[in-house]
Each structure stands twice: as C-alpha cells, then as structure tokens.
Write a protein that binds this ligand. Structure first.
Ligand SMILES: Nc1ncnc2c1ncn2[C@@H]1O[C@H](COP(=O)(O)OP(=O)(O)OP(=O)(O)O)[C@@H](O)[C@H]1O
Length: 322
C-alpha cells in the first residue's frame, strides 16, 4: 500500500505540491489524473525518494522508499520509459537491474514473457518504439514481484493494441492483489481499467473516489425527453416545478438534470403531458471528470483545451426554465 500525506513541494516560486494526500489500496487500479502541471510526476518522484518534499510524508508499505533494503521487492515503478542504455539488449538491461538488487536471473525471463517481449529480448533497447519501451519498463517494474506498482503515463506512445494489452495487464496485476497507481492526463485512458481515481489539480486532490460512484453521480438524472412542439412548454413547466433544470435542445427535445428518468415519466404521466421518447444518459469517465471539475475555476483555467461540458447547463441563448 502507498500512502501519501500532506505533501508540499515548491520549486522556486512554483508550487508543485500543495497538501497532496491519498492512498493506493491493494487489489485495485487507482488512476491518478489531472492536467499537465497538476503535480502527478512530482508526487511519484517524492514517493520514490527522488525529490524531497518540503512537508508531508510518502510511505510504501509503511516505510519511506529510501529506507527499503530491496526497494524493487516493495514497489515497482515506471517513470521514464526512455531511461535505459540504448546499446544494451532488453534482456541485459533487465539482468543488470536484477543483479543490482540481488534478484535471481530467472526473474528476467519470467517478466520478459509477462510483458510479451520474449521475441525481442536480444535486441538493443535503443531501437525499441516507445510502446515497446513502456513494456520493458513494466517488465523492470515487475522484477522484484512487488506488492505495489506505480506507473507514470504508461499508455503514452502505445498503439490501440498496446493500450488494450496495457489495460488487461494492469487489471491482472490488481487482480493478483497488488496496489497499482497509474497516472494519466486523459481520464478516458482509464475507462475500463481503474477501480478508483484520484483527481489532482494545482498540487492537491480535487476528488478521491470510486469509479462506479463517480459515473453514477455524473450520470444521475441526465435525461433526454422528446415530445411534440405543442407539449414542450407544459413538459418543461411540470419538470421545473419538480426541481429539475430543463434546457430546450430543439423544438421537440428537452435536456433534463436533477430528476431520474422514472420520475420524469411518472410526473408527465400524472399531469397528462404527452411525450414520444425518453432516454437516460450514461456518462463516460471523461464526462464525469469534466462534470466534477466544472466549478473548479482555477483548475479549469489550466486545462489545455477543455471540451464543452456535456451536461446541459443553462446558457443565455437557450430557453431555460427553473
Ligand atoms: N524540477 C522542477 N523544477 C521546476 N519546476 C518543476 C520541476 N518539476 C516540476 N515542476 C513544476 O511543478 C508543477 C507540477 O509538475 P508535475 O510534472 O509534477 O505535474 P504533472 O501533473 O506530472 O504534469 P505532466 O502531466 O505535465 O507531467 C508544474 O508547474 C511544473 O512546472
């Protein structure tokens, strides 16, 4: 288990970490998400003892990483897939790492197989694509068969097949009972992968939540209703009076938040307002992320190119009743 508590870190006038606090539980993939500059890499560097925090603690299995005698047996990490000797073969790279930690050479073949790299084990790693380097980094992280893993942007440079492999692999590692922390600046990469997500912004945690709960809260009550042009005002009036936020998408369609589909059906039926079609919207992880961070103005200002909020928030040009 990895526990990060109250981490603070400044680089000159730049605040990188501002009270970062979370834990990574065994048997789960925990996504660590946030825009560029949110403090993800700095947190991981502090966990590995590569950066010293100004305040706070980072513990691996209850101890600082630097105090562990065989750290690869406690925490496997992939921070920079490019950090290898280009002339060395994949196998030799891993053998060198294994020997430096007193690990048996047979582990090298085991992790090469696990990472799907047996076929290229005797090729110089310098010629590897970024996706293959990521796999080699995963193999290295697994050398000590550690109970915890920490991977910084492992999907970077992977083709679609590689991404599917990585997702399965991460899930498999968690299913073996390991605590797996995976950073990404794209929430969508973690769909179908993470069980839990820690969302960071400006050096601190904005949300620390179970993925299922996040999707449920973001998707709850987001309903689309199709009716006829003559009934749309009546429908909007009934739903608004019941506390919903209603936006007119076009002459026959209402977007509704704040009421579940069942409640919409029952209200309109009881008031005799006709409708043709009703559908509930299931949020994607990316939408849930945007929904959750919608009010974090400071944080959103940092987003490189925020896509429009998928939720039907009122705007001056749309007909809104509340
Ligand atoms: N060595 C350093 N010197 C100066 N500033 C730094 C250093 N390392 C990080 N920072 C700053 O600290 C903040 C957090 O950076 P960090 O790399 O941890 O964020 P991140 O969430 O990992 O972002 P990215 O997704 O871009 O890697 C940024 O403003 C960054 O510029």
């Amino acid at each position: 288990m990895i526990v990060v508590n109250g981490l603070r870190k400044r680089f000159g006038s730049q605040t990188a970490l501002d009270g970062m606090t979370f834990s990574v539980e065994p048997g789960q993939v925990t996504g660590f998400v946030g825009p560029n500059g949110a403090g993800k890499s700095t947190t991981m560097r502090v966990i590995l003892g590569l950066d010293a925090p100004d305040a706070g603690t980072a513990l691996v299995g209850g101890r600082p990483y630097r105090s562990l005698s065989r750290p690869l047996c406690h925490l496997g990490s992939l921070l920079d897939a490019g950090a290898l000797q280009p002339g060395r073969t994949a196998r030799n790279h891993l053998l060198w790492l294994a020997h430096s930690q007193g690990l048996p050479g047979r582990r090298v073949d085991e992790v090469l197989e696990r990472a799907g790299l047996q076929g290229v084990a005797r090729r110089a790693a310098g010629g590897f694509s970024l996706g293959m380097r990521q796999r080699l980094g995963i193999a290295a992280a697994l050398l000590g068969d550690p109970p915890a893993l920490m991977l910084d942007e492992p999907f970077n440079g992977m083709d679609p097949e590689g991404i599917i492999w990585m997702r399965r692999h991460l899930r498999g590692l968690a299913a073996e009972g390991r605590a797996v922390l995976v950073s990404s600046h794209l929430m969508s990469e973690l769909q179908d992968t993470a069980d839990h997500v820690v969302i960071a912004g400006r050096g601190r945690v904005i949300a620390d939540t179970n993925i299922a709960a996040l999707l449920e809260s973001a998707g709850a009550g987001r309903v689309t209703l199709r009716t006829d042009a003559a009934s749309i005002d009546a429908a909007a009036g009934v739903l608004t009076a019941a506390g919903a936020v209603v936006t007119r998408a076009d002459a026959r369609t209402l977007a509704i938040t704040g009421l579940a589909a069942e409640a919409v059906v029952s209200l309109l039926t009881s008031r005799g307002v006709p409708f043709a079609e009703i559908s509930s919207h299931r949020a994607t992880l990316e939408e849930a992320y945007l929904e959750l961070t919608r009010d974090a103005v400071e944080f959103r200002a940092m987003s490189p190119s925020p896509s429009p909020s998928p939720s039907p928030s009122p705007s001056p040009s749309s007909e809104v009743t509340r």
